[in-house]
Design a protein around this ligand. Sequence first.
Ligand code: FMN
Length: 486
Amino acid sequence: MAYRDLREFIERLDAEGQLRRITREVDWNLELGHVAKINEQRQGPALLFENVKGYPGQSVFTSAFTSKERVALGLEMPTETRFLEIARSWVGRIADKRIPPVVVPTGPVKENILTGSEADLYKLPAPWFYPNDGGRYIGTACYLISRNLETGRLNLGTYRVMIIDGQTAGIQLIKAKDSEIDLRGYGAAGKPMPVALVIGGDPVLFLCSSTLFPLTESEYDIAGALSNRPVDVVRAETSDLLVPAAAEIVIEGEIEFGKTLPEGPFGEYPGYYTGAGAVEREFLKVKTITHRNRPILWSTTVGKPVTDTHMIMGINRTASLWNDLQNMKIPGIVGVYGPPAAAGRMLAIIQVKQMYHGHSTQVGLAAFASVTGNYGLKTVILVDEDIDPENLDEVMYALAFRYQPERGTQILRRGRSTPLDPSLPIETRYMTSRVILDTCIPYEWEQKPMPIAMDDALTQRIKDNWDLYFGEGAAAREAAAALAQR
Ligand SMILES: Cc1cc2nc3c(=O)[nH]c(=O)nc-3n(C[C@H](O)[C@H](O)[C@H](O)COP(=O)(O)O)c2cc1C
């Protein structure tokens, strides 16, 4: 069964020993973020800060998805599930299915409705994460809901949101993200775009809002398919948007096309600031805030790998690239892996069962041409079917012993980049080069390298009698045998 809300997920983490409640008073100003970050560096559990200075009755939840185990739990799978299997299940669950949300009359998110000067962002315990950040970030593990003016499609997109003042929040809508395209439509019509910034609800909503689905699709329908249950939604207070009935916090307001204010900088997931200072960006003008009693502000530290951002993008980019390749009907794709340390998006390892001349090259090119790979993917490593892409030792082996630089390297000169990639000069960050590293043994080789094999029958016999060699008493038996031979 899907999680009805964030609270059920937190309870599940607790039951699985994957949550730590912090009852000591912690300051939202740097301390909270630093505790979370150090805990993440130590590969610790998810954290629920229950005593944030100046915010009695509210909590901050961090580090939800900084481990593969907790991503598995978020998708209701056993903690020991392999990364590739989580992604394979994701692909399978949404392959041919969409479940639209269901409108319900009301829900817990309406327990408190703040309007006018009461709708004040400073009433929420937004953390200030790193010393050089530009402000407090109310939106990190969040999603912005917007409606496309032409098609009516509701989009859920995760974009960072910084408090500028009590009623204003700067938002980083990177060019051509779905909400930014929606905003262009409102700009052309001369209207402000109604939006709802949401925190909480079924964690699958957050996993989906940070996934690159096609512009025409609503993440609500995909989250429904992933959870195999429709999301319960209620009408927003100030617009015709639909928001999750069991969200923790919903900040309703408007964004006006072309109007900007300084936002950032923010310690982003490549481990660097995008620029030295603030950048002019669109902003959200707050109209109303609704929230549950004792609301939980879900946050993520972002910053250097591995944080929620890296793990989530590891899973969702792996799944969506795999899904894209499947939809392109390219045969022989055995596995796809976007390592979390590469945020799943800068580098992908693809396992191919070669079936014809040029097959592996086709896979590499297709990855870059796919909806997912077209945006920011820089390196594709192709491996044969006997190399497990999730096992980086095996991938290194393939790079060392099968890859031949002259034959296996193809450089593509121009592709769409993320402006957050610090390997590019700051003024030219929208375009990147790309590389295919093909470690596959060429399909056309008549004489392929001969692998070393062990004797099957003997191997089985030794495995069946392993205790004779290594079991308790093996040493005593050896000593006795040695004595008997004297
Ligand atoms: C924690 C987190 C923060 C993110 N912040 C931003 C951001 O500030 N701006 C942005 O454009 N994308 C950001 N992303 C990536 C987007 O969520 C992702 O590209 C998603 O596909 C956007 O939704 P859309 O496809 O509906 O536009 C972030 C992802 C995560 C996991």
